[in-house]
Design a protein around this ligand. Structure first.
Ligand SMILES: NC(=O)c1ccc[n+]([C@@H]2O[C@H](COP(=O)([O-])OP(=O)(O)OC[C@H]3O[C@@H](n4cnc5c(N)ncnc54)[C@H](O)[C@@H]3O)[C@@H](O)[C@H]2O)c1
Length: 310
């Protein structure tokens, strides 16, 4: 198949492209390089089945394809808050443009949505039926509400125009190629520990997160895309729940047991708990995560050691 991956030069997009290329597909990688890099897809540049397109999804584009994986959007708070209006444009206009393309060329369309649509949840763990607790005017809203609108657009294009859509809600994912400076907790702690600077925990570290290793996530994403029965939304994440302090201590032990942990004030609207209910993914896609935190962290730390200047 001819497969378009928007945001293909980013963390998740580049791992998805590796899998699609290995399966023998023709891959179009579309990216504006805001948070993605050519290094992430270096191995495929020049391959006859691979094409790289520098393009911003907020502008329409015409091309032919059978599948659209729509991942283009900065995912970490430091990047999506850098230009919040642009983040909303990317989520709303970018998704509109890609759904318009899917409609025109009759491609199946998958939206990379997020657990952030649940906001600061008052239901735990979060099943897909939970409608969320999102602040419409906070500093995270450009991303959270942007993704909520993107989901709405996908379902409206389906109902109104018959576009074949899939919606996945991605929970915290980590692994090789995460940006060292993107402010996400796993990359922060690893980079800090490798550089010998204190690990920064926001709040008292009792807030929880679940962490999904990237290969598991991509497997779930591809299963949803090729599932002929269900549109979603489907949560894809690892239900193993850890406090941020536990994560810091695990990374501290693995890299440098003498590393210091320091505490700083919690940012606005930081969710207290986040854990996916993956019953749907199990039933619909026969999917569940296979890589545990210890193994996933070892692979991620090895990648960071090779890249991060200490
Ligand atoms: N990684 C996670 O834990 C996570 C969690 C929930 C949702 N997601 C979603 O998955 C997708 C991929 O996330 P990621 O972790 O790979 O992030 P990332 O920042 O590494 O990748 C996003 C990619 O999109 C590109 N991009 C951003 N704005 C664009 C625009 N206007 N036009 C074209 N390209 C643009 C960036 O350059 C980058 O290559 C995002 O939509 C994100 O919201 C990720």
């Amino acid at each position: 198949m001819k497969i378009l991956v928007t945001g293909g030069a980013g963390f998740l997009g580049s791992h998805l492209i590796d899998r699609l290329m290995e399966q023998g597909h023709e891959v179009l990688c579309l990216d504006n390089y805001f948070t993605g890099t050519k290094q992430n897809i270096d191995g495929w540049i020049g391959h006859h089945r691979f094409e790289l397109i520098r393009h911003d999804v907020t502008e329409p584009i015409r091309l032919e394809c059978d599948r659209i994986y729509h991942l283009a959007c900065p995912a970490s708070p430091v990047h999506y808050q850098y230009n919040p209006v642009k983040t909303i444009k990317t989520n709303v206009m970018g998704t509109l443009n890609m759904l318009g393309l899917a409609k025109r060329v009759k491609a199946r369309f998958l939206l990379a949505s997020t657990s952030e649509v649940y906001g600061d949840p008052d239901v735990h763990p979060q099943p897909e039926e939970y409608r969320g607790n999102v602040n419409t005017i906070g500093i995270r809203s450009c991303y959270d509400e942007g993704k909520r609108v993107a989901e709405t657009l996908a379902f409206d294009y389906h109902r109104q125009n018959g576009v074949d859509i899939r919606v996945m809600r991605i929970f915290n994912t980590y692994g090789p190629r995460m940006l060292e400076n993107d402010g996400r907790v796993v990359s922060n702690f690893i980079a800090q520990a490798l550089k010998g600077i204190p690990l920064t925990v926001y709040g008292d570290g009792s807030q929880t997160r679940s962490f999904c290793y990237v290969s598991d996530l991509i497997e779930g994403m591809m299963r949803l895309m090729e599932n002929d029965e269900h549109l979603g939304p489907v949560n894809i994440g690892n239900p193993g729940e850890y406090t941020i302090l536990q994560l810091a201590e695990t990374i501290q032990k693995t890299i440098d047991p003498d590393a210091e942990i320091v505490f700083e004030p919690l940012p606005q609207d930081d969710p207290k708990q986040r854990q996916p209910d993956i019953t749907r993914a199990k039933n619909w896609l026969d999917w569940e995560p296979t890589v545990d935190l210890k193994n996933g962290l070892e692979k991620t730390i090895a990648d960071f050691r090779a890249r991060v200047q200490v």
